[in-house]
Structure formats: structure tokens, C-alpha cells
Design a protein around this ligand. Sequence first.
Ligand SMILES: O=C(O)c1cc(=O)[nH]c(=O)n1[C@@H]1O[C@H](COP(=O)(O)O)[C@@H](O)[C@H]1O
Length: 237
Amino acid sequence: MEKDVIVALDFPSANVAREFLARFDGEARKPFVKVGMELFYAAGPDFVLELKTKGYKIFLDLKLHDIPNTVAGAVRSLKGLGVDMLTLHASGGREMFMRAREAVKDMKRPPILLAVTVLTSFSDVGRKEALLGENRSAEDAVYHLAHLALQGGADGVVSSAMEGKYLREHIRQSFPLVCPGIRPAGASAGDQKRVVTPADARDIGVDYIVVGRPITQAKDPVAAYKAIKEEFLGGSQ
Ligand SMILES: O=C(O)c1cc(=O)[nH]c(=O)n1[C@@H]1O[C@H](COP(=O)(O)O)[C@@H](O)[C@H]1O
């Protein structure tokens, strides 16, 4: 399976995102980028289409979570963007994933539907506080949500790399594992609680790491991106 570093474009406007991406213009390959809620709500589908036209691979991270009928409609509305990956919250349940899968079934190149399990910003205490009656370990909660979503028709899973080994051991089918909450040694965690270094993510068998602030807030974002990519992919680049 392909492995890559996905850069989270968590910026307030299309212009700020364009300025950031211009730094990579001299590079041989455009970075794989993630457009999340902040940029999508500010810049809208037009900016996603602009990135697509420019040849970027796009992970559209809108974390859809609603009743199955509404999510199916949202997925249909997003079909024209031609994105490579799309997130939905695993806690939306099996039927929500079945309807999302059905909504993309006529597409020649449907997006990889990714199930977001337990957010990497949750510690055990925070998760138990937010999810009533939740007494499982993080690993077991992630496994349960991932298994349910994959059964419903998700293609892949988003979790912290901390649960990656457990998922690989307990879920027999092969699936893309996408992990945010990545911090090079010594980097500030910010609001992330379950963090892993790029090298450890590689050793765990993660397919894609998602990295925002350690690249976007770096003095030299291109150098930071390259260092993280080298740490994650090593000689396999
Ligand atoms: O779905 C995601 O991408 C996601 C899931 C998750 O559990 N944790 C998480 O941080 N993310 C996203 O990954 C990115 C991480 O950004 P940094 O913490 O700045 O590296 C952000 O854009 C988050 O929205």
C-alpha cells in the first residue's frame, strides 16, 4: 500500500493556504493535502476544485456525522469535487456508512471513505467524560468503532498510531490506516493527547500520517515537511 505524509491545511482562508503551498512550488512532487473544516467553511468547494485542477491529491476532512439520509445527501453533494479521501465519524454507525457507500457506488474513482474513531485530542479521562458509559480502553474503543465502520462499508480508519498495532492485530482485513496526532520528538503537542513520532508511526505500520502545525507553523515548512517525510518513509521514498 502507498504510504505518505498528508499536510493539514488548517488555515483561515484560501489566500493563506495558497501562500503556504507556494513555498512548495520548486519541489518535484506536490504534497498530499488535507482540507478540513476551517478552510472548507471559509473557502468552500471552489477552493477544493482549484487544488484538484492544480493536481493536488486531496483528503477532505469534514468528519460527517448525522442521520444516514443526511450523510448520504452530503456525500452526493461532495461527489463533484473528486477528492481522494473523505472522513465520516465512526460513531454515526453502520447504517450511516452503508448509505455513504451506496452514495458513491456509481463513481469511477470514489473517495476512500475513512472512519474517524476516537479523536487524538482525547485522553482517557476526556473520552470517558464525553462519552457516557464508556469504560473501555482507548484501544478497545477504537477497535470497536473501526470494526463497525468497516462492516458498514468504510474503506479505512483514522485513529492515533497508539492504537495502530492493536488494530492491525485484531482486524484481519487489510485497510488504510491514517494517523494524525503526529509529533516529531520534542515538538509541542498542543491540544493533541495521543501523540506518536513519525518513526514510531512507520514501525507500527501506519499508511498515512496527517501533520499540521509541526509543518505549517515551522519557520521553514518545506524543511520540516521533508524531515518528517524522511523520518516516516526513510529509504522507501
Ligand atoms: O480526521 C482527522 O484528520 C483528525 C482526526 C483526529 O483524531 N485528530 C486530528 O488531529 N485530526 C486532524 O489532523 C490534523 C492534526 O493537526 P496538528 O495537530 O496540527 O498536526 C488536524 O487537521 C485535525 O483536524
